[in-house]
Write a protein that binds this ligand. Structure first.
Ligand SMILES: Cc1cc2nc3c(=O)[nH]c(=O)nc-3n(C[C@H](O)[C@H](O)[C@H](O)COP(=O)(O)OP(=O)(O)OC[C@H]3O[C@@H](n4cnc5c(N)ncnc54)[C@H](O)[C@@H]3O)c2cc1C
Length: 392
């Protein structure tokens, strides 16, 4: 087999991998694709993980198409529960440990890294620190759901998007929830303080307790419970502790192969890494300094990369891409200003909601945060925002 006849190999079976495959198959129905994933290969929508507990959904119910079906529909060779251990760019090969423990090498014509991101773990003292859980894929969700059985109280570390969504979902599911965050407000990276306070109040009315401006010191076993001690001297009893402290792109595999990485795997507007014929997209990738771990950037990147892999000219553009925060207690849509922007928020209370607009020093609108009824302004305001990555 010549190099060009070898398959496209995609590592990962998350939204990035499967969206890319869908887009590529629109352009080329038969070029061989091999997909290697540590997961089952089943297709599910990851954002559903933080809204499924209240509805008592099992992990199986979140699967919309099995791995086998995806393989058939998109004409894929699928290796599930398989881990890529090494990339050899010189010979265009990857080394894989299969589910039965066997190791194989597979050659590629083009390689795509759709590796996702890990939940950030911080070292925490105490004899129960290993009891801290996180929910970052379907398997984690299945474990967490099982552990929730018969339990009452969950402490969440982190009041970011994932922490707040789980707080809302668990509270709706009848659990007592306490949230700890170092910042003095919820969603500190995304919301201006008055809107964050409105969210905190709405979640408080569902029973959520907040420990903001606090950090955790240790977690220990205390009979059948866990005892979470804060640095301010307070301590909280919990049945389960869920960590939602943010995401770190998975870069290690790329780094070891000599691919340039920063916070994420560095790619250009064609989604190509520093090494020829190796591409990356999704939560693991960094484009012009930006790691955007959300669905909309994945859609944009997948369309562009599909064209590139099919031999067409394409260049990634990111329009403004507001993110919906799934907190039904106070629905939110945010398009935060770029990190480090100078300017200021103006906040307006409207009937049933709040509108926060961020203008830069030149009085241009560069971000917004909409709550409650103000979320209806999403489309109008999005049109006014500059693109995140304009045409190059
Ligand atoms: C709870 C939760 C709620 C969210 N809600 C929203 C939302 O409302 N809106 C929004 O826009 N975004 C949301 N997101 C973010 C969004 O879900 C992610 O941006 C997206 O799913 C990431 O897809 P991905 O394919 O890049 O990564 P992943 O889905 O993490 O896929 C990575 C894949 O790579 C595989 N892999 C990694 N390393 C290897 C290896 N060495 N060998 C083999 N396989 C490997 C993994 O097994 C996995 O299959 C949410 C995220 C979470 C966790």
């Amino acid at each position: 087999m010549t190099q060009a006849e070898k398959p496209i190999i995609i590592i990962g079976s998350g939204l990035a991998a499967y969206t890319l495959i869908r887009e590529y198959r629109k352009l080329n129905t038969d070029f061989p694709i091999t997909l290697v994933t540590q997961e089952s290969g089943d297709f599910y929508s990851k954002p559903m993980l933080s809204t499924a507990i209240a509805g008592q959904k099992s992990a199986e119910q979140l699967v919309t198409s099995s791995g086998a079906k995806m393989a058939e529909q998109f004409n894929l060779t699928l290796h599930t529960h398989a881990t890529v251990k090494k990339i050899d760019p010189k010979h265009q090969m990857i080394s894989v440990v299969l589910s039965d423990g066997q190791s194989i090498d597979i050659g590629y014509s083009q390689l795509v890294l759709a590796l996702g991101a890990d939940q950030i773990r911080v070292p925490i003292d105490g004899d129960a620190s290993d009891a801290i859980q996180s929910v970052n894929d379907l398997h984690d969700y299945a474990i967490f759901r099982k552990q929730l059985d018969g339990k009452k109280k969950v402490v969440i570390l982190g009041a970011g998007l994932i922490g707040c969504e789980f707080a809302n979902d668990l509270a709706l599911g009848g659990y007592q929830v306490e949230v700890i965050d170092l910042a003095d407000q919820a969603l500190s990276r995304l919301l201006p303080k008055p809107i964050a306070q409105a969210l905190e109040q709405q979640l408080s009315s569902l029973g959520v307790l907040w420990h903001l401006g606090s950090s955790i010191q240790s977690i220990s076993h205390d009979g059948d419970h866990l005892r979470v001690s804060l640095r301010n001297g307070q301590s909280i009893n919990a049945d389960l502790v869920l960590s939602a402290l943010g995401l770190a792109p998975r870069v290690q595999l790329a780094k070891e192969a000599g691919i340039a990485t920063n916070r994420g795997i560095i790619v250009n507007r064609q989604l190509e890494t520093s090494i020829q014929n190796i591409y990356s997209l999704g939560d693991c990738a960094e484009v012009e300094g930006q790691v955007l771990p959300y669905v909309m950037p994945i859609m944009q990147a997948a369309r562009t990369l599909a064209m590139v892999l099919a031999g067409q000219d394409a260049s990634l553009v990111y329009p403004a891409m507001p993110v919906m925060i799934k907190t039904p207690a106070l629905p939110l849509i945010v398009s935060p200003p770029p990190i480090g922007s100078s300017g200021s928020w103006s906040i307006k209370q409207i009937d049933g909601g709040m509108e926060g607009l961020f203008h830069n020093d030149q009085a241009e609108l560069i971000g917004f945060a909409l709550a409650g009824s103000a979320t209806s302004q999403r489309a109008t305001l999005t049109k006014l925002l500059p693109p995140i990555l304009g045409a190059s």
